[in-house]
Design a protein around this ligand. Structure first.
Ligand code: SAM
Length: 275
């Protein structure tokens, strides 16, 4: 360590699979802090062990009590404290935002050390537009809630990025195929690891592939934006048919109107024809 770290909260990104991705600054900081608040002391313990660092760890996960948060903040007011998650960037579908918020409210210095995040690694591999993207974290696991969440995102002119687990990949791709028909999808797996892959295709192609080759490991799913500003490129019939799998024609028309900006009455008439 060159200089002693000032008191404060240091958000430290850690590798998502390849230990070589730890940054020099992350190592120096973990070496210099008085405590590490982490999601799981066993997981972070392994990383610290690998780096030859011995430091006090405090469990800080999604269920952390107000008292634990207060304790971490008291320590950060007096000395340097790191926040890490099991992998990747803390706060990105991981705990930490309340801690950061309260630290800032209390006037405790907060600094963030950039490093790996699966969403960014996946996006950069996908070949999908990266000038505008929306990170939507994990979709709900229940069918109806997942369908509704996708519908809410359907009209957003940006590449959509989701986190997913291997057992739920098939269901998630089916929902994407139904609610966002015709969009290119990319599935990125095992990023930065030995069996890293990024596979693109339609939702249907990917469903068939992963049915034949059940996926393992951690997954990022990306979905291409809707066809740019061109109403004619949107397959309105497909959207209506997909929406009517779950809802009545009137509701389907309202949903598709929301997504496409088209007239609801016109869509309702078309929905009745298609039914
Ligand atoms: N904070 C982490 C980050 O910055 O990427 C994400 C934590 S979130 C609880 C875990 C999810 O991230 C996994 O279910 C998966 O969707 C994604 N993920 C993490 N590591 C990954 C990897 N090596 N390859 C693909 N996806 C990964």
């Amino acid at each position: 360590m060159d200089a002693q770290l000032a008191p404060g909260l240091y958000i430290v990104a850690t590798p998502i699979g390849n230990l070589g991705d730890i940054t020099l600054r992350a190592i120096e900081t973990l070496r210099g802090v008085s405590a590490v608040a982490c999601e799981d002391t066993r997981v972070t313990g392994k990383l610290l062990n690998h780096l030859g660092i011995k430091v006090k760890m405090i469990r800080y996960d999604d269920h952390a009590s107000d008292a634990t948060r207060d304790h971490v903040l008291d320590l950060a007011a007096q000395g340097p404290v790191a926040l890490t998650s099991d992998a990747g960037t803390p706060l990105i579908s991981d705990p930490g935002y309340k801690l950061v918020r309260e630290a800032r409210e209390r006037g405790i210095a907060v600094t963030s050390l950039p490093g790996p995040s699966a969403a960014i690694v996946g996006l950069t591999l996908s070949g999908l537009p990266s000038d505008r993207f929306l990170f939507a974290g994990f979709l709900p696991s229940k069918d109806k809630a997942r369908h509704d969440a996708l519908e809410e995102l359907a009209g957003i002119p940006a590449t959509l990025v989701f986190y997913e687990t291997a057992p739920r990949l098939g269901d998630c791709l089916s929902a994407i195929g139904a609610v966002l028909p015709g969009r290119e999808v990319a599935v990125a797996r095992e990023l930065t690891k030995r069996f890293e892959e990024c596979r693109s295709g339609s939702a249907e192609e990917l469903i068939a592939h992963y049915a034949a080759h059940p996926p393992k490991g951690e997954i990022v799913i990306m979905v291409a934006p809707p066809a740019a500003g061109d109403g004619s490129a949107v397959d309105v019939d497909a959207l209506l048919v997909a929406a009517m799998e779950h809802d009545k024609p009137s509701q389907a028309a309202s949903q598709v109107a929301r997504i496409t900006g088209m007239d609801r009455k016109v869509l309702y008439a078309r929905a009745l024809e298609l039914k």
